[in-house]
Design a protein around this ligand. Structure first.
Ligand SMILES: [Zn+2]
Length: 424
């Protein structure tokens, strides 16, 4: 695309002005323009009045009809899968980038982005996350698979260094220390490896900014990183579905409601938890209209930073990772937070943990404790704390086996995982 960088600058300025002068809500003009584009989608052309709630399945089933750039699912998958094996990170059809979202096999999503949308995204990231500066800065970016979105920010003032997490972590960290980047972007499980390395080897490399992406950043991890790196950790909540939320100057995570409409679908009686249903006014090639994410969100209190957008207190996990049991034909549900709280209350010296539901009767758990503490003793207490949760719910037949925490940065790390429904 000609003048790509100019577009980025244009959108960056537009994002900033919108933020300064508007009420953090999409303008009428933007919504009109976006609706006009929906006419090009044969799916929405027909369903324009009903706007059904979308999920991944429905979205992928109607892929060909939804997108406005005439790309078939078959073709998109072909191109995306080929690029995964060749690790060519720039799969495109015409000028449309094709991205593959993570998911178990058979459940992968495909996302289409035009250069203009890319520029809009980069402008938003510059405005909200990286911050604009005329000083030349180096950015270290750890990714599972690169995506040409990030490559596009390369310029005289920003130099991206891409770290492929398929490579051994030690090599990556050595390279990181050599480069001395100003900004470090990585998922919490990778930040954890870097932090542990820094702590062990007494390394005190300073960054201007550290941004956690892709996985849930938990409070205790955040505190640990802030201690080791001696600075605040910012967070970006983003999915292949788009750039959803950013950290404000008060350190709170806000939905980007100036280009998103968020509907809340409550999933528990107390209305504490909801699934966000997003409509994204920055997406044109592949309109996202009332798309339900299965992330479990807890809403926070209004923030004193001045932004009116919804505050996310925390992201609990995904609905797929809720533990479910069948008791006399009644479904018993245990949310990840219940398990988290039980483990944290056992000891302050648990550095990391993992609890996996293998099947209705089998759970594995694993902990890592801080140096100098008795893992065996703490592990025993963790086991009884977990059993207590299940017993309280009358789930008696469950067996708890101790395992180990496997660090495989190729997969998203989840402390609480339900693998009982997984099909490989
Ligand atoms: Zn705020």
């Amino acid at each position: 695309m000609k003048h790509f960088k100019l577009y980025i600058l244009f959108y960056f300025v537009r994002h900033r002005l919108n933020r300064l002068f508007r009420s953090n809500r999409p303008s009428k003009k933007r919504i009109r323009k976006w609706k006009n584009n929906l006419n090009k989608s044969s799916f929405y052309n027909k369903n324009l009045l009903s706007y059904p709630i979308m999920n991944k399945q429905l979205f992928m089933d109607n892929f060909d009809a939804i997108n406005t750039v005439n790309i078939t699912k078959k073709k998109a998958f072909e191109v995306a899968l080929k690029s995964e094996t060749t690790r060519d990170f720039n799969p495109t059809i015409g000028d449309i980038s094709v991205g593959l979202s993570s998911g178990t096999s058979g459940n992968k999503g495909i996302f289409l982005v035009s250069p203009k949308e890319r520029a809009m995204w980069v402008g938003a990231i510059l405005d909200r996350v990286i911050g604009f500066s005329f000083r030349k800065r180096k950015i270290a970016f750890f990714l599972r698979a690169n995506n040409n979105l990030y490559e596009s920010v390369k310029s005289k003032i920003l130099a991206f260094h891409f770290f492929d997490i398929i490579k051994p972590m030690e090599d990556n960290i050595t390279e990181l220390i050599k480069i001395k980047p100003n900004i470090l972007i990585a998922q919490p499980s990778v930040l954890n490896e870097i932090a542990k390395h820094f702590e062990k080897n007494n390394i005190s490399l300073k960054f201007d900014k550290i941004i956690a992406v892709a996985e849930v950043l938990e409070q205790d991890q955040k505190k640990y990183f802030e201690k080791v790196f001696s600075q605040k950790i910012a967070q970006v909540y983003q999915a292949t579905e788009g750039f959803l939320a950013h950290t404000c100057k008060e350190g709170k995570l806000h939905f980007n409601e100036d280009w998103l409409t968020i509907e809340k679908k409550y999933i528990d009686g107390k209305k504490d938890r909801f699934h966000p249903i997003i409509t994204d006014y920055m997406r044109f090639s592949q309109p996202l209209v009332r798309y339900e994410l299965n992330d479990i969100i807890h809403e926070g209190k209004p923030c004193k930073c001045g932004l009116k957008s919804t505050v996310i207190d925390r992201i609990e996990g995904r609905s797929d990772d809720v533990f479910t049991f069948n008791l006399n034909n009644k479904e018993i549900v245990i949310f990840p937070d219940t398990i988290r709280r039980a483990i944290i209350s056992v000891s302050n010296e648990i550095h990391n943990y993992k609890v996996t539901l293998i099947n209705e009767n089998t759970i594995t758990y694993a902990i890592e404790v801080n140096n100098g503490f008795d893992k065996k003793e703490i592990s025993k207490k963790v086991k009884s704390a977990l059993l207590h949760i299940f017993n309280k719910k009358n789930i008696k037949n469950v067996v708890l086996n101790e395992g180990i925490i496997e660090v495989n940065t190729m997969n998203k790390f989840k402390r609480i995982a339900n693998e009982s429904n997984k099909t490989f």
